[in-house]
Ligand binder design. Structure first.
Ligand code: PLP
Length: 378
């Protein structure tokens, strides 16, 4: 049976070069990176080379990159430590953030008296920069703004430089969830005042269960996971050497091939959107598609019909993997919190297709042909 994978915002297939690099590390470099003998030193060298590569990619200092298990851990670390160690009493965010951001913030609001302000978003998921400015300017306590660079469900992006400048002017710490954009858009923390951001390897064709956090050197956080002295005391636990090396390899490839991959994905996207618009009835696209947007995400809503409740199921039995919203919400019948925040009509069914450079035109044609048998077609 034919299988088409269009769920790359959930996770991506690993590239053969990454698997090869990791296999070499698993076979040869099995020492504990904290051991001082030959095998340990080899592992340490690999970890530190990976750190240097990741730091160079986002123009950070080596000492500002810490390895974590996932971006979820990284974001939890940032949010909790900013309150605990930096005296943040007010967090400003948007309703369309990932749950690994929203849930720790709600916990801090409910149990630690942290003030939480949620920005408005419009029907495309865009924030209002005037509202942001007003809220940050009028905040009288230490404040952190947490916004995602690109939305994982609808692809809408913030103007990173504009937000960073507003934060800079209002002495606000800026924490940016860059999980979906790392490796797809250039990120330069040396020229954009960002306090914290994070990446997750499996979003850019690397391994699952490994990520990193960037902590700007001006913001000293205390240890989050306590135990050994790994990651300069910040995050205890034996390093996932092959995961870290695999992540660096995957990021290096993503950056080197950024333009070629983007061109390929944009061509696939254009063909996909054009065919759907021409051949399907009453569909709509979610998210901002002007200026900068996450070009790999195509969020489509389909009109109510007899078959529509089984849309997700029918795609799956046709061999097509895509998400109802984010992967975490697939299988749940109600709309995702992101679609709810943008005022989406919940009688319409939404599918998030997310592409990668590994997809082909034939796959896109196959998906549209199948959609025509499942949803109302011209
Ligand atoms: N932030 C965004 C925007 C995401 O899309 C995801 C994963 O879907 C995360 C954070 C969390 O990443 P991970 O599950 O790798 O920890």
């Amino acid at each position: 049976m034919r299988r088409v994978y269009l769920d790359n915002a959930s996770t991506t297939p690993m590239l053969p070069e990454v698997i090869e690099t990791m296999t070499d590390v698993m076979t040869e470099t099995y020492g504990n990176a904290s051991s001082i003998h030959y095998h340990g030193r080899n592992a340490r060298t690999q970890v530190e080379s990976a750190r240097k590569l990741i730091a160079n990619t986002i123009k950070a200092s080596i000492g500002e990159i810490f390895f974590t298990s996932t971006a979820t851990e990284a974001h939890n670390m940032i949010i909790n430590c900013a309150v605990r160690d930096l005296g943040v009493q007010h967090i400003v965010t948007s309703p369309t953030e990932h749950h690994c951001i929203l849930h720790p913030m709600e916990h801090l609001r409910d149990h630690h008296n942290v003030q939480l302000s949620i920005l408005k978003v419009d029907h495309l998921g865009r924030i209002d920069y005037d509202e942001l400015n007003t809220i940050l300017q009028s905040s009288t306590v230490k404040t952190m703004l947490t916004l995602m660079h690109g939305n994982n469900e609808i692809g809408t992006m913030i103007d990173l430089h504009r937000v960073a400048e507003i934060c800079h002017d209002t002495q606000t710490l800026f924490h940016c969830d860059t999980v979906q954009t790392i490796g797809k858009f250039e990120l330069d923390v040396s020229s954009t005042p960002i306090a914290f951001c994070a990446g997750s390897a499996h979003k850019f064709h690397g391994p699952k269960g490994v990520g990193f956090v960037y902590i700007n050197g001006d913001n000293q956080l205390k240890p989050y996971i306590m135990g050994g002295a790994q990651e300069r005391n910040m995050r205890a636990g034996t390093e996932n050497v092959y995961g870290i090396v695999g992540m660096a390899k995957a990021l290096d490839l993503a950056v080197q091939q950024q333009d070629v991959r983007k061109e390929k994905i944009l061509a696939l996207r254009q063909h996909f959107v054009q065919r759907m618009q021409a051949e399907l009835v009453d569909i709509s696209f979610n998210g901002d598609q002007e200026g900068d947007y996450l070009y790999n995400i195509v969020s489509v809503s389909f009109p109510p019909s007899d078959k529509i409740d089984l849309l997700q199921f029918n795609l799956d039995i046709s061999g097509i993997s895509a998400s109802a919203g984010s992967a975490c919400s697939s299988g749940i019948e109600s709309d995702s919190h992101v679609l709810t925040a943008i005022g989406h009509d919940d009688r319409r069914k939404t599918v998030r297709f997310s592409l990668s450079h590994l997809n082909t035109m034939e796959e896109i044609d196959y998906v549209v042909d199948k959609l025509k048998t499942i949803t109302p077609a011209v």
